[in-house]
Design a protein around this ligand. Structure first.
Ligand SMILES: Cc1cc2nc3c(=O)[nH]c(=O)nc-3n(C[C@H](O)[C@H](O)[C@H](O)COP(=O)(O)OP(=O)(O)OC[C@H]3O[C@@H](n4cnc5c(N)ncnc54)[C@H](O)[C@@H]3O)c2cc1C
Ligand SMILES: Cc1ncc(C[n+]2csc(CCOP(=O)(O)OP(=O)(O)O)c2C)c(N)n1
Ligand SMILES: [Mg+2]
Length: 448
């Protein structure tokens, strides 16, 4: 910030004048930041008029009933030029930054929800969680924001999520939504329970799932980094509670995945896949009960990526996404997890993978059923209708297309079949016969 900038000089003069008249330094700090911000936005040469500055400062430093000066000065107690500069770079208005910090600093139990808008902000999210001792739940498309072994994450959220994520959402008093529109509204805090902040590039996505007090239309990475120094550290009781619940949840998953029965439990197969995935694998998910099993059981490691069908929840993208991922990352393992229904909708694309010698791996959870919809029909009390699939021999199909094909149906066969499919140098398909009666259970319903 050039010292000759008239807006800054004005801010400093005002600071000096106000200090000598006995006004609290902390208050002046806020004013100086705001004036510096104005100077930043006026970098094209025009300097804001005194009237404009007065208007902005009154609005921004908020003598408004919602932002009492007392609260604001608790947040920024001094004039920190670094904060001013960072705010200018991030594009966050000082008034919003102050409201953000005041809201978080007032909370006792802060929970964070991250989605794919935070994928590039792992370091910043980790620092934030560390400073606030705040547990982090991950929307499906944000599963790679933190690796699943991070001590700060409670894993997935929503129907395919975890019990600890349910817990933190229903026990928190403050919620930060960072780059997510996770659609399961029951998995958010009850309206009125928590005060919320949402950071999203798209203003129209703010507040669509949960009432938001402080909206920030900005980039997650830049915003979290810029505002970190305004936050006060918190006690670790809430995080510890979440971590203890995570230990219990993992123990439950271990028991579920250890079930050695025929027909196979899909979770057991997903555990084997998770254990054998390359450290930098790119995983593509489809839509169906298979999405639940894969999302919940695959433990994403630091360098792995995961994508899948999003808000429209369409079936069939598993295979084409895996092709795209292999083209985008030729040296990484590209694996799709699909259901038999989803795979058949676009299975002709297997020939594309063979033709272009893409060594993608397709794991088909075959239950001869559109299981997700079948369970929905039962849950709604409707007659079950139209969900049986005519069985297809996917191994024969794979071989007919020029790919490798493998099959497993019993617990003792799973490890070797998975290894064969993942280590094939060519396009490969693994057909796994799984239990059609295994329900895609909500976190509270899951039984060993
Ligand atoms: C069968 C099935 C079941 C499912 N069940 C679940 C479930 O139980 N739980 C679950 O979580 N999901 C589930 N999903 C997925 C779900 O439908 C949503 O697609 C997913 O939750 C959305 O993830 P997201 O919030 O990360 O991504 P999005 O909905 O895409 O949200 C990302 C947001 O980040 C914003 N953004 C992007 N870049 C930036 C940036 N740099 N800075 C700031 N903002 C940015 C975008 O504008 C967008 O608003 C399921 C899907 C299927 C098919
Ligand atoms: C294109 C499309 N058609 C229909 C649906 C509705 N639908 C959602 S899940 C599902 C069943 C998926 O079956 P399958 O791929 O075999 O997976 P499973 O549930 O058996 O694991 C259906 C029909 C959809 N989401 N997308
Ligand atoms: Mg099926």
């Amino acid at each position: 910030m050039p010292v000759t900038n008239p807006a800054v000089s004005l801010a400093r003069n005002r600071t000096a004048a106000a200090t000598s008249s006995g006004a609290p330094m902390r208050f002046i700090g806020v004013l100086a930041i705001i004036c510096s911000r104005i100077a930043g936005t006026a970098s094209g040469g025009s300097v804001p008029s005194r009237t404009a500055m007065r208007r902005i400062s009154v609005r921004d430093i908020g003598s408004s009933p919602n932002q009492p000066t007392r609260q604001l000065t608790r947040v920024i107690g001094f004039c920190d030029l670094r904060v001013t500069v960072i705010l200018r770079r991030s594009g966050v208005r000082p008034s919003t930054a102050v409201a953000y910090a005041a809201l978080i600093n007032a909370g006792q139990k802060v929970a964070i929800l991250v989605g794919q808008g935070a994928l590039g902000a792992r370091g910043e999210v980790t620092q934030l969680a560390m400073k606030l001792n705040a547990p982090v739940a991950k929307a499906l498309l944000g599963k790679a924001v933190l690796p699943d072994d991070s001590p700060y994450t409670t894993g997935g959220i929503g129907h395919l999520g975890t019990e600890p994520s349910d817990f933190i959402m229903h026990a928190c008093d403050t919620l930060l939504i960072l780059g997510s529109t996770m659609p399961w509204v029951d998995s958010y805090p009850k309206p009125g329970q928590a005060r919320a902040i949402q950071v999203d590039l798209k203003p129209e996505h703010i507040g669509i799932r949960y009432p938001v007090e402080v909206p920030l239309v900005s980039d997650v990475k830049a915003t979290v980094a810029a505002l970190l120094s305004l936050l006060q550290p918190k006690e670790d009781g809430f995080l510890k509670d979440a971590q203890n619940r995570m230990r219990d949840w993992r123990a439950l998953l271990d028991r579920v995945c250890a079930t050695a029965r025929t027909p196979l439990r899909p979770q057991m197969v997903m555990r084997e896949l998770s254990n054998q995935l390359a450290p930098d694998a790119v995983i593509s998910l489809d839509c169906g009960a298979n999405t639940h099993f894969a999302a919940r059981i695959i433990e994403l490691r630091e360098q792995q990526k995961l994508t899948g069908t999003g808000m429209l929840a369409t079936m069939a993208p598993g295979l084409p996404f895996a092709i795209a991922a292999q083209l985008a990352f030729p040296n990484r393992q590209s694996v799709a997890v699909v259901g038999d229904g989803g795979f058949t909708q676009l299975m002709g694309e297997l020939v594309t993978a063979v033709k272009y010698q893409l060594p993608i791996k397709i794991i088909i959870l075959k239950n001869n059923s559109l299981a997700e919809v079948l369970f929905e029909q039962k849950e709604l009390g409707n007659p079950t209708y139209g969900c049986e699939l005519a069985p297809i021999d996917f191994v024969a199909f794979a071989k007919a297309c020029g790919a490798d094909g493998f099959r497993c149906a019993h617990p003792a066969e799973v490890t070797a079949a998975m290894r064969a499919a993942l280590h094939s140098p060519r396009t490969s398909v693994l057909e796994v016969l799984v239990d059609p009666d295994e329900k895609p259970a909500m976190p509270s319903e899951l039984k060993a």
